[in-house]
Design a protein around this ligand. Structure first.
Ligand code: G6P
Length: 361
């Protein structure tokens, strides 16, 4: 059953629904009552890490952006670069941990970034799904996300597993590195992470994404806004949407709407506003700016939140730790993309012009 579509019409939908199971695989044996164990990293592994560079492409880049925020909050200087743009390596040395995030482990742009990092004297680590992939053989160390095979070209379950894996990695680096300070609420955070597969199950059982997506087919543009982790999710939501629906979609930092993108907002636009996370209230205000200009607003919001008049429709996500709620919001957006593409009759598992793994630069 692992490689067939089972009861699903597309691999993408199967993989969206496989997220609880994939995430259980990712977390299995690694979290115990709020403490994190990563098999390949004994005590002392990260002692001399001064900074972290994350390099990745596509969906993996969005997962890396989430990790960058967590690292910086833990006191570790970190930056994320699109692998094809990673060529200013002046600050790379043996105390720089260069993390290549790649589902397939075969993306040419990411492999060359990793090779440039190694040549510059950096220490390399691969975060990948595929055992024995090129990246796993070339990097100094490897950490597997253990999400199981992903067949649909549009990455879904591997994003969730990447973000979770990188959260555990961040914690280990913050504990190990001289300058790191692990998050104060680590026990609560990791307890909620361990429960996240159940929350995704709850969400999947109750989602209104199919009905909502039907109301919005044929709009001129689709915008996705969020702040903090939800900004990365907005970028990921828009990427997924354009990949499989072929409709015009853009992700923005909520606060940036007024610095340009608002000029694009008309009555023919649908705006997905991510109101989950620590800064959801601020995004709600930004969504109002778009609503005033005529956009239809779909809010993705936690169970208990009073959303008010700004939203024409609401997709709810179960309550969890604010830093994890974006992953739940992302599942709603995956479903929105899927059902919209389905409604438009697109070739969901093999979108035009795209490949699962791009092995040319
Ligand atoms: C291709 C795929 C994307 C993927 C990207 C990076 O462009 O179509 O879905 O996110 O490659 O792939 P990787 O295997 O490196 O994560």
């Amino acid at each position: 059953e692992e490689t067939g579509k089972g009861r699903f019409e597309h691999y993408m939908l199967k993989e969206i629904y496989a997220q609880p199971e994939a995430l259980r695989g990712t977390l299995s044996g690694r979290i115990d009552d709020g403490t994190v164990t990563l098999e390949s990293f004994p005590e002392g592994t990260f002692e001399d890490v001064d900074q972290v560079h994350l390099v990745a492409c596509g969906t993996s880049y969005h997962a890396a952006l989430c990790a960058e925020r967590q690292l910086v909050r833990a006191g570790i200087p970190a930056s994320t670069t699109r692998a094809s743009e990673y060529f200013d390596l002046q600050t790379v040395d043996e105390r720089t941990l260069v993390v290549a995030v790649t589902q397939s482990g075969e993306t040419a742009d990411t492999l060359s970034a990793l090779r440039r990092a190694a040549a510059a004297g950096g220490r390399t680590l691969a975060v990948t799904n595929v055992v024995g992939s090129t990246v796993s053989r070339e990097a100094d160390d490897v950490l597997y996300i253990r999400a199981g095979p992903e067949i649909g070209v549009a990455a879904t379950k591997t994003f969730t597993s990447q973000v979770a894996t990188l959260a555990m990695l961040t914690h280990r680096i913050a504990q190990g590195a001289e300058r790191g300070t692990p998050r104060e609420d680590a026990a609560a955070f990791f307890r909620e992470l361990a429960r996240l597969p159940d929350r995704i199950d709850e969400l999947l059982a109750a989602t209104a994404a199919e009905t909502v997506s039907r109301q919005h087919i044929g709009r001129q543009s689709y915008f996705f806004i969020g702040r903090d982790f939800e900004y990365s999710v907005a970028l990921e939501g828009a990427l997924k949407f354009k990949e499989i629906t072929y409709e015009h979609a853009e992700g923005f930092a909520s606060g940036e709407l007024k610095h340009g993108p608002l000029a694009l907002v008309t009555e023919d636009a649908t705006l997905f506003a991510l109101l989950t996370g620590a800064r959801g209230d601020e995004t709600r205000k930004n969504a109002e700016e778009a609503k005033t200009r005529g956009a239809t607003v779909v809010a993705v919001a936690p169970e208990g939140m009073e959303v008010g008049e700004v939203a024409d429709e609401i997709l709810r996500v179960p309550d969890t730790h604010p830093d994890l709620a974006g992953l739940l919001a992302n599942v709603q957006l995956q479903l929105i993309s899927y059902h919209t593409a389905y409604g438009l009759g697109r070739e969901i598992d093999k979108p035009r012009n795209l490949a699962k793994s791009v092995t040319v630069e």
